[in-house]
Design a protein around this ligand. Structure first.
Ligand code: SAH
Length: 352
């Protein structure tokens, strides 16, 4: 018997859903109803879709992929109420998402891939490489699950969890369309930040899509040599090309660029690097976010001390740059990218 592929309805735009339902012989108005149950009411089962006929719900159950994440662990920080979620996917993989409360609203940091293949030296998410891309539904569902569990509305999203968003371009773009769609959660793209290690072609492609998201570029070094030491992607794309792509993104979208710079003691945190960094970003409408590196046990990178961090910030400020030092949220609950997932997998395997 021919195997019929199940439809990933949670990853479909309203138009796609309407077309698909049409092919199933359902009337067009059912599309809006179904879309609303999924993306406005965030139901976790077909049973809750009370205005759809039972026969239709049963049919949907058999013919679609129904993406709902299972919360395997929820850790709440005693320091700042940040919550870290470990979600189980249908194929047994696990991913993590982080919920943070700010004055300006509630934010979720989502994963875009299971694992990552970018190989940044200080990052726990990439230690075992890429397992697979997440679908748009699997990204959305991280936000919907957090809303269901906390009962709070999410107004901001950052694509800064495990994975390289621009290495999963198709699904990420789909996700952006769905999360900002007026028939869905309707989060303004201006409240969404995409963090990338700097995939040049994809940054340009994203700009050409005329999105309104903030681009956060993981720079981490002001010259090619130091960057190569920390980020293998620097062998592929010279710093100048990355910066040119950022300029292009700003020209196309009018959105100020954020540069992320993780400070690693003795490697990229000296005054000379701060001066070089200021020269790198000269003339670019940007903001610099300094991140004290969060040490992972697999590497012996150390966090710069407080004085060094302050000096680095001050040097940048003398060039008129806007600089913030990222507040460490949820440090007591394995805040660094990919740490919780790794320790969970090891525990399951009986390791330590
Ligand atoms: N792949 C994307 C998203 C990754 S995570 C990217 O590279 O931007 C978001 C940010 O956290 C990136 O700037 C990443 O380099 C940084 N990061 C990851 N692990 C870190 C750690 N242990 N300490 C400090 N920054 C880290």
């Amino acid at each position: 018997m021919e195997k019929v592929e199940k439809a990933d309805i949670k990853s479909m735009t309203l138009k796609e859903l309407q077309d698909w339902l049409g092919q199933q012989g359902e009337p067009a108005f059912r599309g809006k109803q179904l879309f609303s149950w999924i993306h406005e009411k965030f139901v976790s089962s077909f049973d809750e879709m009370t205005n759809l006929p039972k026969t239709m719900r049963e049919k949907l159950m058999g013919s679609t992929i129904w993406t709902v994440h299972q919360p395997l662990q929820v850790l709440t920080s005693q320091l700042d109420q940040t919550k870290k979620f470990l979600f189980g996917l249908q194929d047994g993989n696990v991913i993590e998402s982080v919920y943070m409360q700010y004055k300006h609203g509630n934010s979720v940091c989502i994963s875009t891939q299971v694992g990552c293949r970018m190989g940044c030296k200080f990052c726990a998410s990439t230690l075992e490489g890429l397992v697979r891309n997440l679908t748009a539904a699997e990204m959305l569902e991280q936000i919907y699950s957090v809303q269901r569990i906390t009962g709070e509305r999410i107004s901001h999203v950052v694509l800064m969890g495990s994975g390289e968003p621009l290495d999963n371009f198709y699904h990420v773009l789909k996700f952006l369309k769905l999360i900002s769609c007026e028939n869905g959660l309707h989060i303004s793209q201006r409240n969404i930040t995409i963090s990338t290690c700097g995939l040049v072609e994809q940054i340009r492609q994203l700009a050409a899509e005329c999105v309104q998201c903030t681009l956060a570029l993981s720079l981490h070094a002001p010259d090619n040599e130091t960057r190569k030491e920390l980020m293998p992607i620097a062998y592929r794309y010279p710093l100048q090309d990355v910066l040119d792509a950022c300029r292009y993104y700003f020209e196309k979208t009018g959105r100020r660029i954020t540069f992320e710079y993780s400070l690693v003691a003795g490697i990229n945190d000296n005054k000379q690097e701060a001066v070089k960094l200021a020269h790198c970003v000269r003339g670019l409408n940007c903001h610099i976010n300094l991140i004290p590196v969060n040490p992972i046990k697999e590497r012996d990178y150390k966090q710069s001390d407080k004085i060094k961090i302050r000096q680095f910030k001050q040097t940048l400020e003398t060039f008129g740059l806007q600089v913030t030092v990222r507040r460490e949220m949820g440090r007591d609950i394995q805040g660094a990218c990919g740490q919780l997932r790794r320790s969970f997998i090891k525990q399951q395997a009986g390791g330590n």
